[in-house]
Design a protein around this ligand. Structure first.
Ligand SMILES: C[S@@+](CC[C@H](N)C(=O)[O-])C[C@H]1O[C@@H](n2cnc3c(N)ncnc32)[C@H](O)[C@@H]1O
Length: 328
């Protein structure tokens, strides 16, 4: 295992030095690729696979890399030297920038303590900063002895060029804060604080969404919620656009993109995860159905157009009807 990790590190160093070398070409040509609904998944290292002729152009990227916090990954060393790690992140951000269409967007998720690095990384690779989204967790804060407990992750939203080509102003209708007297008439615009999306947890509150192995253990501890990707994809793309996820994990981006009529390219290093993504997309579970979020965005003026399918509208009509029936 140690040898494999050293080999991976060597590959990363090589690709940081040069954009494409003979060895990279060989590696890319041997890469495996599979169809997953409207998208495709590539098995391999995104450092090498992010070459334009392989991936093509993209409109939106969700970047959720390993956070370099010594987590166990089968194929990746999560304990790199910080400078080496951030150098690598910059290489990835730069390659994604090159592939992105004018006005396209990137959402780069990280731990809050790394905000400074994230912003620097995006700026130095050409991206124009738009928002620092605070994704507030619903579980209790990670306590600190000498500082406040930590309860959020950051998602930096940036674009290629000053103005996004697409930015759909989503409206939601969260519960009124205490002391507010009147109900909102048509919800409110989504702000840069996202405190309404629950992270996927282990234990009591885990629910059906996290993928599990035969023993019931979680297949991937960093699986992102479909609700998070629904918001990102709806905000920054239109049906027919292409979403990229260079660190696909369990394929959440592809699962959501498929349902919203976007194409996608997912890259993942670990074969076990690639197989899980294929299965997840081929046999979609009810817990992966994003139709349940449609009603929450009902005040968005162009929702029908950006959702890309009428199935979800029917879902809303069905649930409204059910509600009416239960009130009778
Ligand atoms: C934080 S997880 C992403 C989780 C994902 N957002 C989801 O919803 O499941 C990061 C993933 O990147 C993968 N990975 C690590 N190094 C990689 C590389 N060089 N190229 C492609 N994938 C890589 C890991 O195997 C891991 O599954």
């Amino acid at each position: 295992m140690a040898t494999k990790k050293r080999q991976r590190q060597a590959n990363i160093k090589i690709t940081q030095e040069s954009y494409i070398k003979e060895r990279d070409i060989e590696y890319v040509i041997s890469a495996k690729e599979y169809e997953i609904g409207l998208g495709k998944i590539m098995l391999g290292d995104c450092t090498t696979l992010l070459l334009s002729r392989i991936v093509g152009t993209v409109d939106l990227t969700f970047l959720d890399p390993p956070f370099n916090q010594s987590k166990e990954y089968a194929e990746h060393d999560d304990s790199m030297e910080p400078a080496e790690y951030w150098n690598w992140m910059k290489t990835i951000a730069q390659k994604v920038y090159d592939l992105t269409t004018e006005g396209g967007a990137i959402y780069f998720m990280q731990r809050e303590k790394n905000t400074e690095h994230v912003l620097q990384c995006l700026r130095e690779s050409g991206w124009v900063f738009q928002n620092l989204i605070v994704w507030k967790k619903k579980t209790s804060a990670v306590p600190g002895n000498h500082r406040y407990g930590k309860q959020y992750q950051v998602i930096a939203f940036a674009t290629k060029g000053k103005t996004p080509r697409v930015f759909n102003r989503l409206r939601i209708n969260p519960p009124l804060p205490q002391g507010y007297k009147y109900e909102r008439e048509n919800g409110m615009f989504v702000t840069d604080i996202w405190d309404d999306i629950r992270e996927l947890t282990s234990g009591y509150f885990a629910g059906e969404e996290p993928l599990r192995d035969k023993e019931g253990n979680r297949l991937h501890k960093q699986q992102s919620p479909i609700e998070l990707l629904t918001r990102i994809i709806l905000s920054s793309s239109m049906p027919g656009d292409k979403a990229l996820d260079p660190f696909a994990g369990t394929g959440t981006t592809a699962v959501v993109a498929n349902q919203l009529g976007r194409t996608s390219v997912s890259i993942e290093l670990d074969l076990k995860n690639v197989n899980a993504i294929k299965k997840r997309c081929e046999e979609q579970k009810p817990s992966d159905d994003i139709g349940k979020f449609y009603a929450g965005y009902r005040y968005t003026s162009n929702l029908e157009e950006i959702w890309g399918q009428n199935k979800e509208k029917q879902f809303l009509e069905r649930s409204l009807l059910k509600k009416q029936i239960s009130l009778l």
